[in-house]
Design a protein around this ligand. Sequence first.
Ligand code: FES
Length: 471
Amino acid sequence: MIELLTETAIQEPQRIRGLEMPWNRVMGSTEGAAGAARALGPWHPQEFMAECVETVPEAGGMMTFVFRRCDGAPLAFRAGQYVNVAFPLNGEDQDPVDRSYSLSSSPTQPWTFNITVKSDPAGLVSPWVHENVKPGTVLEMLGPVGAFHLPDADRRARYLLLAAGAGITPIMSMLRTIHSLPGQADVVVLYHGAEVGGFAFHQELAYVASVDSRIKVFYSLGDRSVPEGWEGLTGRLTAAMLDEVAPDANGRQVYACGPEGYLNTATELLRKVGVDDTSIYMEFFSGDRQTILEYQAELAFAVDIAEEIAEEIADSAEDYYESQPTAFGLYEPGYDAEGTLKATGLPLETADEDAPASEAPEGNPTVATEAGSPDASSFDTVGTGSLTLSFMRTGINVRIDPDEHILGVAQRAGVRIGANCKEGMCGSCKVVKLSGEVEMNHQGGIRAREISAGKFLPCCSTARTDLVIDA
Ligand code: FES
């Protein structure tokens, strides 16, 4: 015991040079985006559903919302990126309001992820979020998105992280990431706040700075009056302040996040102290028109990538599933030696040729009239049941009874539809219905606007009429 109380000099840990993100080698060792995505989980922007599991009040009127993906996958992102969240402000039947929020957690702990939201009483969304998002709330998200993030590998890893107000959230993700990894790094954080009690995460920042010799944190109280006992810096950002916290600023990579005015000043001052433009990365949090336009452009691009990658991953997932033994109970696409489809589970009864043909489905006019588009009446028909599902991409008709769930029947017939929860929650089985009626009992895995756009979740739906499906 006595030994514990004795002050002994503890040596610094020995570390590898620089800083490397854990996924970096995986990225390099896999071929193409789909390979990396399979190894890492969904690395590229995706649309997914996430459930809030915890809310943590933070200083400065902020609240951290901890989420996990409904499909059970980790969220692969880079420290500094953000997600776009659809909030059903006006009820489930109206279009949601989308907002982008930086991820404040570290991607090295990807099973849950955090967004931290500052409540602006004059704002439309943030007060609603504070009031309504609780453990159990399921929201639709798109992400990760954003070019403002730490590099995957940096042999020098010397950073100056500048944050003002709510701009601390992506910086917090960066700091948590660096703290959680081995590797030499040298980090200076300068955090501007308006009042003493308004510095979010200050307890964690103090702790990290006290146990990790790579990290130094400085606070400044902006231009407000300074209470007695304040030990931090005072005043707005100046060249002298930069010089005080990081005399070697021009040898560091600078990441800055905050309101537009703060970042404009920072840009000027950083140039003044000799930081090269190529070493400055900024994220505007002002919501000004230009920023909104940039976010919109980034998101539109992310949607395209999400769709492209989803297809690529689906293809690579098929290869993966095909290589698994059926004993694992994985869905096995049904192909025969010639590569044509055969049913794998449904009683393989060929439809009685003399039986009255199932009514030709009222196809979507585009499907019916497009030159070269397939004609469902020429497809093979398998299974038994009083209704017919026509799968236009797979090229098969499947008979089904009105009380059977569509997903199970479709998969047993060899139709490829991804699925995870099978309870209408995760949205991963979502497909487009080209015609017909279904009865769906979902649990938040699909949004009203998606339903109006013709999508449905086959895992929790039964057929009411003959259906034509884009799968
Ligand atoms: S499998 Fe999750 S919603 Fe259908």
